[in-house]
Design a binder for this molecule. Structure first.
Ligand SMILES: [Zn+2]
Length: 449
């Protein structure tokens, strides 16, 4: 078995691994490079393989850094089946359609070349072969693939592949434990090799238990001083988890009633997928739904789907809460709110998601006093605070304990999907504590297993 690391090697985004086994070639993930403009340009480079020669594609979850180049792959001739969980198939369709819309706008505004178009998305969606968790599929004689719940976002999975007498796990992204709505990561089954994500490979999160309390404190403080609370959130998972917490706080009257806006068409559409597949919920969320509670609706909650509806938010007096994409603030409706509200010290920007290098969010998280939005300087006077406990990614402790808790350890672990420092820190701890061989592969490196 041969594996080539074509993305997320020494960096977080662009996940794409070419596997050659049993005389077949297939991909696990085909994600977008995200972050700096340089990353965007890399998405336009030709693939390092002939897309027509790829027999099938496996996707662990719907995030764009794992799936964003799939329509481009299809545009350039890929016609094989795409294996992914049922919610992932549905969420990808929504994400890709949104991506086409954003690319069209960027073409009009900045002249940026588009990566693919609507027909490519349609063709890609038609290639989906939804897979149930824990059911082994055999796309080719002697190649076995099994999906397990990764507890990262709705429908997310890690994948175990067996071929040529070897077993390898692709971790995809591994979630934190005890997050609302979704189930915890399934225990790691046995394997010989593993590609392990390392987004937070060098860090520890605040304990999950205090998460709702911290959120409530930030909300109460901002509401008291009559401010606007802006929460930039990824459309899938962070947004729904925060809505879940708000639903509980509002319905139990733990916070004053203020208008809460969900200003993200993508997140609004994703909620439909959550509602459709409640069998993916954890015990608690399922219990609430079965008791008749709509976990995505509560008093004074408003979804602003259209641009016109979004514009009405400005006319509503503070205090108010606005949840809007994009998660790293590099685009999307959050920018309009940042432009309007960042310069007032009454307001608060709450960062709940990972911020990649080169993004507006990263600059703000690192304490920038002035940022550029829509080509104008904007003073950052609002309170900027972050809550890492809402991270969709497990911290170093989770990654280690998940790797450890199995009857045997992998012979070799490749730390991927992390900044160089995070990936190196995780691989060092794996070597020291677990004794498995561990390494950080380089971009375009091929390894024979
Ligand atoms: Zn992810």
């Amino acid at each position: 078995m041969k594996i080539t690391f074509l993305g997320a090697a020494g960096e977080v985004t662009g996940s794409c691994y070419l596997v050659e086994a049993a005389h077949k070639k297939f991909l696990v993930e085909c994600g977008m490079f995200q972050g700096e403009r340089y990353s965007d340009l890399r998405n336009h480079e030709p693939f390092d393989f002939d897309p027509t020669e790829i027999d099938w594609l496996v996707l662990t979850h719907a995030h764009m850094d794992h799936t964003g180049r799939v329509p481009k792959l299809v545009k350039e001739g890929f016609r094989g089946p795409i294996y992914a969980s049922v919610p992932t198939c549905r969420l990808c369709e929504i994400m890709w359609q949104d991506s086409v819309h954003v690319m069209k706008m960027n073409l009009e505004k900045y002249g940026h070349e588009t990566l693919y178009h609507e027909p490519d998305v349609k063709r890609a969606v038609n290639l989906f072969n939804p897979v149930e968790l824990r059911r082994v599929i055999e796309p080719e004689d002697g190649v076995f693939i099994e999906f397990f719940d990764a507890g990262h976002i709705f429908g997310s999975s890690f994948v175990r592949i067996k071929a040529e007498g070897k077993t390898i796990i692709f971790s995809g992204d591994i979630g934190s434990d005890n997050v609302p709505i979704i189930k915890d990561t399934m225990p790691r089954p046995e394997c010989d090799f593993m590609l392990l994500e390392s987004t937070y490979g060098d860090r520890l999160h605040e304990p999950a238990a205090g998460r709702a309390k911290m959120l409530k404190e930030i909300l109460t403080k901002t509401i008291k001083r009559g401010g606007v609370l802006m929460i930039p959130a990824f459309s899938i998972e962070r947004t729904q988890e925060i809505l879940y917490e708000l639903n509980t706080m509002v319905e139990n009257k733990q916070i004053p009633s203020v208008p809460i806006f969900l200003d993200s068409p993508l997140a609004i559409r994703a909620i439909d997928v959550y509602r459709e597949y409640i069998r993916y919920y954890d015990f608690e969320a399922l219990g609430l739904v079965k008791s008749g509670d709509d976990i995505f609706d509560f008093p004074n909650f408003h979804e602003t789907l259209s641009v016109d509806e979004s514009k009405t938010i400005n006319g509503v007096d503070a205090p108010k809460i606005i949840i809007a994409g994009s998660g790293m603030m590099n685009g999307g409706r959050i920018q309009h709110h940042l432009e309007k509200y960042l310069s007032d010290e009454k307001n608060c920007l709450l960062i709940v998601a990972y911020q990649a290098h080169g993004t507006l969010g990263r600059r703000m998280k690192e304490g920038a006093k002035t940022v550029e939005i829509f080509h104008h300087p904007v003073a950052v006077k609002a309170e900027v605070t972050s809550l890492d406990a809402y991270s969709a990614h497990g911290d170093q402790e989770k990654l280690i304990s998940w790797t450890k808790r199995s009857s045997s350890l992998p012979e070799k672990i490749f730390c991927v999907h992390g900044d160089e420092a995070a990936a190196r820190a995780l691989s060092a701890r794996i070597r020291d504590e677990l004794g498995s061989e561990a390494m950080v592969p380089t971009y375009k490196q091929t390894i024979e297993l």
